[in-house]
Design a protein around this ligand. Structure first.
Ligand SMILES: *Cc1c(COP(=O)(O)O)cnc(C)c1O
Length: 405
């Protein structure tokens, strides 16, 4: 029996590529070229006029990048996609596409630090205002909508507190008002959550994270419900601002994507075990993990995510200095921002990813000075746990020593 649309685990390996068109090459070839030759002047004229399909110049399109875009379209369930040189290039392209001077943006209560920076810049330079709104009920969403609201921009789970936005609810209310919804789906990856299927208009990823999965590439991806919107962005905020993806990065991301499902299953298995370990530890005041039954958004997460993801934040039971010393005691776990890599990574949001956010806003977002964020990797979960364990033990020793002296 043959199905036109294959299952997720198959789509990440096969979608968008036909080896018969490329000399039988099993792996999509790397088209490392800046430009394309025309057979004659008339062909060039027709391509520029849009009367004939074909490549012109790699900022406008590249065959390797196109395979990645088509594969993402299939796995997020959209009509078309675009690849960018970074997640932030994708964020800025979609915001510049949807917004004009005087417009208003509604955001989830937390957004990625640089997205926050971009929104601040847009307000200062172009009078595009934004509001971090409570999106938990229909009434609160309706209350935040102004006559000039032109975009609803959400991240879920919200970094780093893992609060979940009910996408079905938000999309239904926004759709009724004709306001496009953009979802940053980086934390879930397309394997755990597909916002377009829940009514969003655009979904974007920092491909640097789970999609690449190996910590060796920076990239961004934007997928839309409408192919028309993507065609327009391709010829405006992508072509003219120019934040395109290189063919080699697309090639690496195609390679990463093939193992997305198997990797995510392991990330999720490990994270569940590490979350249970952390929750029971006396040095941990609180954990922030959607899979935790006591987490405020556990129910919504269960409704829209197939699993809980690989990220856990936790409040260290002590001072900021102690939380930082704890990080320094870790041996296997690396201190680094970014996430979704094979290596387990830990970072301190207040002084790292969210240091650009003013302290008051940070506090409102629930980011204390003792909050730590762990991106659980693909190592043996027992080795990850052992490393946490020995670092906690060192903290206990130093606390005991302080009491003695
Ligand atoms: C990393 C990240 C971004 C930015 O992506 P880059 O690839 O670093 O430009 C945007 N959103 C989220 C949620 C991220 O984690």
């Amino acid at each position: 029996m043959s199905r036109e649309k294959k299952r997720f685990e198959t789509e990440v390996i096969h979608s968008g590529y036909d080896s018969k068109k490329y000399e039988g090459s099993l792996t999509p070839p790397l088209f490392q070229t800046s430009t394309y030759t025309f057979a004659h002047a008339a062909e060039g004229e027709r391509r520029f006029a849009g009367d004939e399909e074909g490549y012109i110049y790699s900022r406008l399109g590249n065959p390797t990048v196109k395979v990645l875009e088509d594969r993402m379209t299939a796995i997020e369930g959209g009509e078309a996609a675009l690849a960018f040189g970074s997640g932030m290039a994708a964020v800025s392209a979609i915001l510049f596409h949807l917004l004009k001077s005087g417009d208003h943006v509604i955001c989830s209560k937390g957004v990625y630090g640089c997205t926050f920076g971009l929104l601040e810049m847009m307000e200062e330079k172009f009078n595009i205002t934004h509001e971090f709104a409570d999106l938990s009920t229909e009434e609160s969403i309706l209350q935040s909508i102004l006559p000039d609201t032109a975009c609803l921009y959400v991240e879920t789970p919200i970094n780093p507190t893992m609060e979940i936005i009910d996408l079905e609810l938000v999309c239904r209310v926004a759709n009724e008002k004709g306001i496009p919804v953009v979802v940053d789906n980086t934390f879930s990856s397309p394997y755990l959550q597909n916002p377009l299927k829940l009514g969003a208009d655009f979904v974007l990823h920092s491909a640097t994270k789970y999609i690449g999965g190996h910590g060796d590439v920076i990239g961004g991806l934007l997928v839309a419900k409408s192919a028309e919107a993507i065609a327009e962005i391709r010829m405006t905020t992508q072509k003219d601002i120019g934040g395109i993806m290189s063919p080699f990065d697309a090639w690496l991301l195609l390679r990463g994507l093939k193992t997305l499902a198997v990797r995510l299953d392991r990330h999720c298995d490990n994270a569940e075990k590490i979350a249970a370990y952390l929750k029971a530890h006396p040095f941990v005041r609180n954990i922030y993990f959607p899979g935790d039954k006591d987490h405020q958004s556990h129910g919504i997460a269960a409704k829209q995510m197939s699993r809980w993801g690989g990220l856990i934040s936790f409040d260290f039971n002590g001072t900021k200095e102690m939380a930082q010393s704890f990080m320094d005691e870790l041996q296997l776990i690396k201190i680094a921002v970014s996430l979704g890599d094979a290596e387990t990574l830990i970072q301190h949001p207040a002084s790292m990813t969210h240091s650009v956010v003013p302290e008051k806003v940070r506090a409102a977002m629930g980011i204390s000075d003792t909050l730590l964020r762990l991106s659980v990797g693909l190592e043996s979960w027992e080795d990850i746990k052992d490393d946490l364990d020995q670092a906690f033990a060192k903290m206990e020793e130093s606390a005991a020593m302080k009491q003695e002296s």
